[in-house]
Design a protein around this ligand. Structure first.
Ligand code: GLY
Ligand code: MN
Ligand code: MN
Length: 454
């Protein structure tokens, strides 16, 4: 076997086991009452243009509870004589369709190989789901995921509401299970952490490949090609979100995803790219000079952002508030910008909601990371800031953006068109923060020694 890429990403970790899916299911079901029904639909496919579809990505909740990835499917659980029965509705085997569209595990496959007790044909969803709804009192389902399923549930609820008038029983409410589910998804198991480690390892190496191949004149799109190629080469499903690869002025546009320009001598390239492995996202940003050497003003801003990121990571400790990294990073940035003469305010004023730090740093310092890149989990349950716990994964991603094109502020000449963000993925552990993306270099010396070395 020849190697196109020579990066090492280590062993590919095992998928989530059926035992673990069953544990996740029972953690959810143990919070429900015997007459409840839980329904987790997959979204429909969507058309890209004419007869071409967008690549299908199943619902993250579906992935979390049973790992079924194909469209036209629905996971549910109902209680029978005190026992929870889990079921999947799936596309039935159909040779003619499979010749065109690909293999289907079918009802047999679903029941034998997935973590469920029963399987049904998605073609008979209406009848069977309606029957389940009739026997339940509360239906737990997120509306808005699949309009066809919403319609079945809502129509049956309406019918049964008239029936309840006659018989005195039947379903009376649709409840949103998100809060219960999100609490479970927020804390990662050992197997999930392994998948996230792999995802972060691949994304780290992809950034290294991009750094090594950087030289003035390379296209943002070429760096994107190298990165996305490596994502696929490493058996991930590809990018977890559209890559941001912006050089010069483009680095100061937070969600620049066109990636269509040339990286010129003297510019900073900001690359925000992460992949998805078995559904689990990584999310890494690095910023580096196109010509391999930070200018004095670029180095000043880079070092300041890096120092603020290290302070943010340091704050990722069990028992700290979820926003401790944000506050720590902001303080370092504000102090640094005052020292550099960019901000002419006292520290408290600079950090206040209307303070000048917001001119150059306008986003949050992090977010939960997991099956969604901006993963689920309430930041302030009951209005109180959440405290970090072992097994949570959070990004730390401060930045500074000096866009000379902006009309709302006057950009300091010295720092014109410098856009810098440094982002890592942090696992909260009782031994302190573990940087899952720690293979990706970020000191000025390490970055400079890599650029153009490929
Ligand atoms: N890549 C999206 C983010 O950093 O939040
Ligand atoms: Mn990012
Ligand atoms: Mn992020």
């Amino acid at each position: 076997m020849w190697d196109v890429y020579t990066q090492e990403v280590g062993r590919i970790p095992a998928s989530i086991s059926n035992e673990e899916y069953r544990i996740r299911q029972s953690r959810l079901l143990s919070q429900l009452k015997p007459n409840d029904l839980i329904v987790i639909p997959n979204p429909p496919t969507s058309t890209r243009s004419n007869d071409v579809k967008y690549p299908y990505r199943c619902s993250s909740d579906m992935l979390y509870f049973c790992g079924w990835k194909d469209p036209d499917s629905l996971f549910c659980a109902y209680n029978k004589d005190g026992n929870w029965i889990t079921a999947l509705f799936v596309q039935p085997s159909d040779t003619l369709k499979e010749i065109w569209e690909g293999r289907r595990p079918g009802l047999e496959g679903a029941k034998n190989d997935w973590p469920v007790d029963e399987s049904y044909s998605y073609d008979e969803l209406n009848d069977n789901l309606s029957k389940m709804i009739r026997k339940s009192s509360r239906v737990f389902m997120r509306l808005g995921i699949n309009p066809k399923v919403d319609e079945i549930v809502e129509s049956e609820m309406k019918t049964q509401s008239r029936e309840r008038q006659k018989h005195g029983f039947g379903p009376d409410s649709i409840c949103d299970p998100s809060q219960m589910i999100n609490e479970l998804r927020l804390r990662k198991s050992a197997a999930e952490v392994e998948l996230m480690r792999y995802s972060a390892k691949v994304a780290s190496q992809a950034h290294i490949i991009a750094m090594k191949n950087t030289r003035p004149g390379i296209g943002e799109y070429q760096l994107e090609g190298l990165i996305e190629g490596f994502f696929k080469y490493s058996k991930t499903t590809g990018s977890a979100y559209p890559c941001i690869i912006g050089s010069g002025e483009n680095a100061t546009i937070l969600h620049y995803t066109e990636n269509k320009d040339i990286c010129n001598d003297g510019e900073i390239i900001l690359t925000d790219a992460g992949c998805e492995y078995e559904g689990y996202a990584s999310d890494i940003t690095r910023s580096w000079p196109a010509n391999g050497v930070f200018s004095e003003s670029q180095a000043e801003i880079y070092q300041l952002v890096l120092d603020s990121q290290l302070a943010g990571i340091e704050a990722c400790k069990v028992g700290n508030s979820y926003d401790a990294p944000h506050l720590a990073a902001r303080e370092v940035l504000a102090k640094g910008l005052i020292k550099l003469g960019v901000i002419d305010q006292e520290l408290d004023e600079a950090l206040s909601p209307d303070g000048d730090l917001n001119k150059w740093y306008m986003h949050n310092t992090g977010h939960w990371l997991g099956i969604d890149v901006h993963d689920v989990g309430i930041y302030k349950p009951g209005g109180e800031p959440r405290l970090l716990e072992e097994g949570m994964v959070i990004t730390v991603e401060p930045g500074l953006y000096f866009g000379s094109w902006r009309r709302d502020v006057e950009c300091p000449k010295k720092y014109e068109n410098i856009g810098i963000r440094v982002e890592d993925d942090i696992l909260i552990t009782t031994d302190g923060p573990e940087v899952l993306s720690g293979d990706c270099p970020k000191t000025i010396t390490n970055i400079e020694s890599l650029i153009g070395s490929g």
